[in-house]
Design a protein around this ligand. Structure first.
Ligand SMILES: C[S@@+](CC[C@H](N)C(=O)[O-])C[C@H]1O[C@@H](n2cnc3c(N)ncnc32)[C@H](O)[C@@H]1O
Length: 301
């Protein structure tokens, strides 16, 4: 049986190191602290996700612990508040850089597109045609956009030639993040990993943009809402269901979701991680590129 220590060890040794050695160290300290593992084990299994504890401690304390010892001490000292946050919150990181990995797949679909993002968190990625992207030397998108996304280009990366035309857009989200709610916004900020200072500024810029022109988001479960949302797509637009970092949350229902999209007649564009280290960008069932989970880089399929 998988234990809390196993989950945190995998995070500390495999998932975190390529993105944040600091978070890897904090998770390692959790593995070494049996009483904290026992406390986490008392929570529902969905709350065992290391990201949830890391974000909850940060939201409550207002900063990132300096080292593992401080992190474990703070988690114990504030356990009632920290565990309450873990119970009521979900890891809903809304990472706009993922748009830069999704673009090459979207560009292969004849437009105009009707973009339906399932598991869209605050819906920031629904505005992907309002952002500016730099793939190494190649500039794509809206040059003057407040949201600037830099992506490292690795060999074989299918660098896109432009933006898709999006005629209609809609998000579906179990727990929509309300950008007018201060705690919701602080939660999004608390989910940003350390060591990537540009991410905080980019998130703030994307939030500002979305506040002036909020992307429409339907609250609810994608399994309940997807067929009716696809049915609302205006004539002349190609329905595309987009998802990034969502499959994990569907557990044993992943294939059911993929079948549901196929049956709806929509195309499917995704950025999903198989092993927690490298993610795949797919169009329907075809792999078109690789990227890391937060799309810091784009590579060949
Ligand atoms: C890690 S976030 C990713 C957000 C966004 N796709 C991105 O890449 O920035 C996953 C989101 O999927 C949502 N989600 C999970 N299961 C869902 C379901 N069955 N229906 C709708 N949303 C779901 C979660 O609430 C969460 O906001």
């Amino acid at each position: 049986m998988v234990t809390v220590a196993d989950v945190y060890r995998h995070f500390a040794e495999v998932e975190a190191p390529p993105l944040s050695t600091h978070y890897a160290l904090l998770a390692k300290a959790v593995v070494a602290d049996r009483p904290l593992c026992d406390r986490i084990a008392q929570l529902p299994p969905r709350c065992w996700q290391p990201n949830l504890l890391l974000g909850a401690v940060r939201l409550h304390i207002g900063h990132i612990a300096g080292d593992g010892e401080e992190f474990v001490r703070l988690a114990h000292a504030h356990w009632p508040e920290v565990s309450a946050i873990m119970r009521r919150r979900f890891t809903q990181t809304n990472e706009v850089a993922r748009c830069g990995a999704l673009l090459p797949a979207l560009n292969r679909i004849p437009g105009p597109l009707a973009l339906i993002e399932v598991g869209c968190s605050a819906g920031l990625n629904l505005l992907l045609d309002r952002y500016h992207y730099r793939y190494g030397e190649v500039s794509v998108g809206v040059p003057g956009s407040p949201v600037q996304i830099d992506i490292e280009v690795r060999p074989g990366a299918p660098v896109p030639g432009g933006l898709p035309e999006i005629a209609w857009r809609r998000g579906i989200e179990l727990n929509p993040i309300d950008l007018e709610n201060t705690e919701d916004v602080r939660w999004l900020q608390a989910l940003i990993w350390p060591g990537r200072p540009q991410r905080a500024g980019r998130l703030a810029a994307a939030i500002e943009l979305a506040r002036t022109d909020p992307p429409p988001v339907s609250p609810g479960d994608l399994f309940d809402l997807l067929p009716e949302v696809v049915a609302q797509v205006p004539a002349g637009a190609t329905p595309v269901v987009m998802h990034s970092a969502v499959l994990y949350y569907l557990g044993e229902r992943q294939q059911e979701f993929i079948d549901l999209v196929r049956e709806s007649g929509a195309r499917r564009v995704a950025l999903e991680g198989g092993n927690g280290v490298q993610s795949q960008v797919t169009l329907d069932d075809e792999v078109v590129a690789s990227a890391d989970a937060h799309a810091n880089w784009l590579g060949g399929p």
